[in-house]
Design a binder for this molecule. Structure first.
Ligand code: SF4
Length: 560
């Protein structure tokens, strides 16, 4: 990387001004709007040398161009700060707004999570980054980038924006005078570690099976546990949930050792499963219970219930895990306010965030929880996630039709679970009155997907795939699917699949490996930002990619 001192840095800024000003003048003359966008993966050497690969670097990179526009009295601009890392993306947009306020600017924002991938993961990641900003009233236009045909991006963006149509009617959230967290830098809220929740433990996933059939071990297959009868042993996958909420629903078998169950307090008192069974108390039960043998417990509470009495009890209580709900339509803000109250009172009890959903479509189910949980997790708030009432929540069935190759083909309906690996699904709200419950398996998978997209818990391979454009040198959807089939068991490995070598390497900032189109039928492989093999024939490229992963010791054989 080139090093810049103050003089050479300024010379470079002057050079940019000289080259950029004629374009600004033309746009001004013709009334043409311009987007000034920074991409996390392609910051210049000059910016990198001074600010590093950071949100501040992204912001400064854009503002240098904005200042030139302002000097030319040209204001027809919109700004974007794109990154595939959702934490970086959210922090960069917030910082941009803050710097604009400092410098007396107020230009509109174009929001996007770049290279989000496709299917379920792409929707979760996009909703998390874009939604976290929309929740705070930031953002004027949206681009959802999916590795799918472009027309499938628009309904997702509309769905995200529509959620805020009547948001101003929400119940008030008390104002704060001081923000106790730094919105520009990720830091997890300090919390006690109770059982495996909080402290340095990754955020946990709790699944509501209070309305499910839990009579046999098979009932745990959707949440990642597999009972092997001959050996009397449990196996689990990377998305095995950590807690079950069972309410009054006693399972007909012994739960696996790593899995704890939460029961309603009164029911818990009546059963003989103490130890791995934990009671859930309401606020009143919490304030009145005086059982000295009761140690670990959950307290279900919302911000309006958090009064002086509860605060005082929590201050000297090192055994209670908070299950934080909300009835506010602006629930994320209310829940965040609850965290602020805990921080300012120095209460370190871990918190599992709870949201309930009803009457939403399957696609909304991918987007809303991603925003609601993600916006908190991205600020280091939350030691676990839980969707309540899932057994009874009704979700409107969504018709997902296959692209039609002929005018006569009948569209086939598919569910969200089938959408996971789909690159070409057309999403349409069918408008039918069919109602169905979302499966426990989908809820579990989406919650793990949200934790991964927020970068707080890794449970699967991450694909950073560009949305494709005129420069794309191979079929991105087909190739992504082919690579996914062979590598989807490599937990934690980040693989970028980029259509061209012009922009691809710059945009895959975070990836461990890159598969980049470098000519017709040619692929160049990257380890991080370093080229490993240039322009190999595409028919051998996936094998070579796997060889490279193997060479680095990151390969594991697929089970069974
Ligand atoms: S083909 Fe290249 S320019 Fe087009 S979206 Fe992919 S990386 Fe970006």
């Amino acid at each position: 990387m080139i090093e810049y001192d103050d003089t050479t840095y300024q010379q470079e800024v002057d050079r940019i001004r000289k080259r950029f000003t004629p374009l600004v003048k033309i746009c001004k003359e013709y009334g043409t709007a311009m987007r000034i966008g920074t991409n996390h993966g392609s910051l210049s050497d000059r910016i990198m040398s001074r600010f590093g690969d950071t949100p501040l670097g992204m912001v400064e990179s854009a503002l240098e161009f904005v200042r030139i526009c302002m000097d030319e009295n040209y204001h027809n601009i919109v700004l974007s700060m794109k990154a595939s890392n959702t934490q970086v993306m959210v922090e960069a947009y917030r910082l941009l707004v803050s710097k604009m306020v400092e410098e007396g600017m107020n230009y509109p924002l174009h929001l996007g999570v770049t290279e989000a991938g496709g299917g379920e993961d792409g929707r979760v990641k996009s909703a998390l980054g874009i939604g976290a900003l929309l929740e705070d009233g930031l953002g004027d236009t949206i681009r959802v980038s999916l590795t799918e045909d472009p027309e499938f991006e628009v309904p997702v963006a509309i769905e995200l924006a529509n959620r805020y149509k009547n948001r101003e009617q929400h119940s008030p959230v008390p104002e704060i005078s001081v923000n106790p967290i730094n919105p520009f830098d990720y830091k997890r809220r300090e919390s006690l570690q109770l059982l495996n929740i909080g402290g340095t433990s990754v955020p946990v996933v709790m699944i509501d099976m209070s309305q499910s059939d839990v009579s046999s071990p098979e009932s745990l297959v959707p949440v990642g546990y597999f009972y092997d009868e001959p050996t009397d042993k449990w196996n689990m996958n990377d998305m095995a949930c950590d807690y079950l909420f069972l309410g009054n629903n006693l399972p007909g078998f012994d739960l696996p050792h790593g899995l704890r169950a939460v029961y309603d307090y009164n029911f818990w008192k009546s059963i003989d499963l103490k130890g791995r069974a934990i009671p859930l108390l309401s606020k009143d039960e919490y304030l009145t219970e005086n059982d000295p043998t009761l140690l670990f417990k959950f307290l279900q509470i919302t911000l309006p219930e958090l009064d002086e009495e509860v605060i005082n009890k929590l201050k000297s209580d090192a055994y209670t895990i908070i299950l934080l709900g909300t009835d506010n339509s602006h629930g994320m803000a209310e829940q965040r306010r609850f965290f602020f109250e805990l921080i300012s009172n120095d209460i370190k009890n871990p918190v599992i965030i709870q949201r309930n959903y009803s009457n939403i479509t399957e696609e909304q189910f991918l987007l809303y929880p991603s925003t609601d949980f993600g916006a908190l997790l991205i600020d280091g708030l939350g030691d676990g996630v839980f969707i309540g009432n899932s057994g009874t929540a009704e979700l409107q069935n969504l018709s997902v039709s296959e692209p039609q190759n002929s005018g006569t083909a009948e569209p086939q309906n598919r569910s969200v679970s089938e959408l996971q690996y789909s690159g070409t699904a057309e999403l349409q709200n069918s408008g039918t009155s069919v109602q169905q419950n979302l499966s426990t398996e989908v809820i579990n998978r989406v919650l793990f997907g949200i934790l991964q997209a927020a970068r707080v818990r890794t449970s699967k391979t991450e694909y950073i795939a560009c949305p494709s454009c005129g420069r794309t040198l191979f079929d991105l959807q087909e190739t992504t699917e082919m690579i996914r089939k062979r590598t989807s068991h490599l937990k934690g490995v980040k693989i970028a699949i980029m259509g061209c070598i012009v922009n691809g390497p710059g945009e895959m900032a975070d990836a461990d490996y890159g598969y980049v189109g470098s000519g017709p039928g040619k692929i160049t492989l990257y380890r991080g930002k370093e080229i490993v093999t240039k322009a190999i024939a595409s028919e051998f490229a996936v094998d070579k990619l796997i060889d490279l992963i193997r060479e680095d010791g990151n390969w594991v054989e697929q089970a069974g």
